[in-house]
Design a protein around this ligand. Structure first.
Ligand SMILES: *Cc1c(COP(=O)(O)O)cnc(C)c1O
Length: 564
């Protein structure tokens, strides 16, 4: 079944999560969406790749919210056989002195033009495994540290073994974040010197050869965000003789096994996901050369149907050459762009009405905010001063739509959803506001296209890139955002959207946000002549979408990372 994919060497792209389609809940947020967009663009561009991830049969979770905004996590299982084919090959990895067997599902990602890319979803739920081990690939980001380490052994070590067993010729291994860094350890074992060739003190492994095969994209601008495991846990789980401990400590840190260090030390090419993020990463990891390839989103996937039709008419090859969207300013008639947006907005308003009962006024500008609910994203910043916010809404009416899940272990994130609920109720007499449950792929598509302004208020420098704002740009929806991540590169004040100045102090940042809303964004929306607003919509398309797309991103990975 993999025959059609093994005739040419491929780049193996390893990711703990990947968003393939809405029915397959093997992703939690931006990292998984990026992995999916990476493979979608690789398919469009004909770059030979193979993705490796976990099958996550139990999914991430389905979010329900009670009336107070308390999150209730429901299981979100899926049935792999409905979407993927089970492969016969099996490999084993050592876990707690047992052999754990791994097989894979082949999901074939097909582009609009029929080009295909293989995605392998690793699965330990096999009759030959102990009941406990059958669960290893069930829950995405679930369980404790030991569970996570087992998943990372399966992903990194099992993934390399399975690719070989299936006959893939791998030209490079690309780690999307550090979760898969144990793949480097497996490659070291495959590039070990025989003892008689060694002099005392020599490394037992050909590290340069392994480095030559590995590429690493880091995503996390805080030390605490990187996976670390104690060597005691590693010895207990993987075994003490899997790899020489001195070598492992040399590569992954003396104190504990730091997956990011391991990936950094075993990769010839390392990059951050935006210019600003690469700078931060260079400071975090002195001595490493960290390049920057700014993220992008997949053009076709993130553009609403009405905008697709508009682009097809006026910029026919936009899907393959999104650079052509630079022509949007002159090529697309204002009235048609506005109508296409109104259609996308109406779709969102219909969805809001059917799912919550709230009938939002289509004439009022809609601020959209949807992302993982966690402290650094500051979903509560908009509500810093409810009286002031209401005063703004009395002068220039606007509505707010929000969505987002908090990780089941992130108590702070869950608390934020409750706080936001309280605030939405608090402003309800003046500002129409809703919180939509269960933010996922499909809901994201509706929200980024149907909002009038896309809001983002992270605490700098913690937003490595952010991608939902790029999706908005493809739909002619301008961003109002704190200058962090991609927006540092994307914002041209008043031309592609607006910057919120951030000092990191909530009161100050909220002040800047309110000022921008009141003085710039809302007056422009309500101006008698709509052409000023449409000009900014076009700016988002011509200056943001034309660049912040995953075709450009993958062309750069190909030339700068893979072909070096
Ligand atoms: C795009 C997307 C994200 C990431 O958005 P950010 O702006 O990077 O936070 C998260 N979840 C879903 C469902 C998405 O579509």
């Amino acid at each position: 079944m993999v025959d059609e994919f093994i005739y040419e060497p491929r780049v193996a792209y390893f990711s703990m999560e990947i968003a393939l389609r809405n029915e397959i809940p093997t992703y939690a947020g931006g990292l998984g969406i990026l992995a999916g967009d990476t493979m979608r663009s690789a398919a469009d561009l004909g770059l030979p790749m193979v993705a490796v991830s976990l099958v996550s049969r139990a999914g991430y979770f389905h979010q329900q919210l009670d009336i107070q905004g308390r999150q209730v996590d429901q299981p979100d299982p899926w049935e792999p056989s409905m979407w993927a084919r089970s492969l016969e090959a099996k490999v084993a990895v050592p876990i707690e002195r047992r052999l754990v067997w791994i097989s894979a599902w082949l999901y074939v990602l097909e582009s609009q033009w029929g080009t295909r890319q293989p995605v392998l979803l690793l699965d330990t739920d096999l009759p030959e495994n102990a009941p406990e081990d059958r669960q290893i690939t069930h829950c995405l980001y679930g369980g404790d540290e030991a569970y996570r380490l087992k998943q990372e052994i399966v992903l990194g070590i099992g993934g390399v073994r399975l690719l070989h067993a299936l006959g893939f010729e791998v030209r490079q291994y690309h780690m999307n974040e550090g979760h898969s860094a144990l793949l480097g350890v497996e490659l070291l074992r495959r590039n070990a010197y025989s003892p008689e060739d060694l002099r005392p003190g020599d490394s037992h492994y050909d590290i340069p050869v392994v480095r030559d095969q590995c590429r690493f994209t880091t995503h996390t601008p805080v030390e605490a965000g990187h996976d670390r495991f104690s060597y005691e846990l590693v010895a207990r789980t993987l075994g003490a003789d899997f790899i020489e401990l001195d070598t492992l400590k040399h590569l992954a840190g003396e104190g504990d096994l730091n997956m990011t260090r391991l990936a950094l030390n075993l990769s010839e090419y390392v990059n951050g996901v935006a210019e600003r993020h690469a700078e931060i990463s260079r400071k975090m990891f002195p001595g490493y050369r960290v390049h920057a390839i700014t993220n992008g989103v997949h053009p076709f996937t993130w553009t609403s149907e009405s905008l697709r039709q508009l682009y097809n008419q006026y910029i026919p090859s936009w899907c393959h050459e999104p650079e052509l969207l630079v022509r949007a300013d002159g090529a697309i008639p204002d009235a048609q762009l506005w109508n296409a947006h109104v259609q996308a907005k109406q779709q969102l308003l219909d969805y809001i009405r059917s799912s919550t009962g709230a009938a939002l006024d289509a004439r009022v500008p809609l601020l959209g905010f949807a992302r993982r609910m966690t402290a650094y994203k500051r979903p509560d910043l908009l509500f810093n001063d409810l009286q002031r916010l209401k005063a703004i809404g009395l002068r220039h009416p606007f509505a707010v739509v929000m969505a987002g899940k908090a990780h089941p272990h992130d108590e702070g994130g869950k608390r934020l959803i409750e706080i936001v609920h309280g605030c939405l109720q608090g402003i309800g007499d003046v500002i129409q506001a809703v919180y939509l449950p269960n933010y996922d792929f499909a809901l994201a598509r509706l929200l980024v296209a149907g909002s009038d302004v896309w809001l983002n208020t992270p605490l700098p420098p913690l937003e490595a890139s952010g991608t939902s704002g790029m999706k908005a740009a493809f739909n002619g929806v301008p961003n109002l955002s704190v200058l962090d991540g991609w927006w540092v590169e994307g914002c041209i004040e008043g031309a592609t959207g607006w910057a919120v100045q951030s000092t990191g102090v909530a009161d100050n940042d909220a002040h800047s946000l309110y000022e921008k809303l009141q003085e710039s964004v809302l007056p422009l929306y309500y101006a008698e002549d709509r052409s000023g607003w449409i000009k900014v919509m076009k700016g988002a398309i011509s200056k943001n979408a034309s660049y912040f797309n995953s075709h450009r991103m993958m062309r750069r990975y190909a030339t700068e990372a893979y072909l070096r």
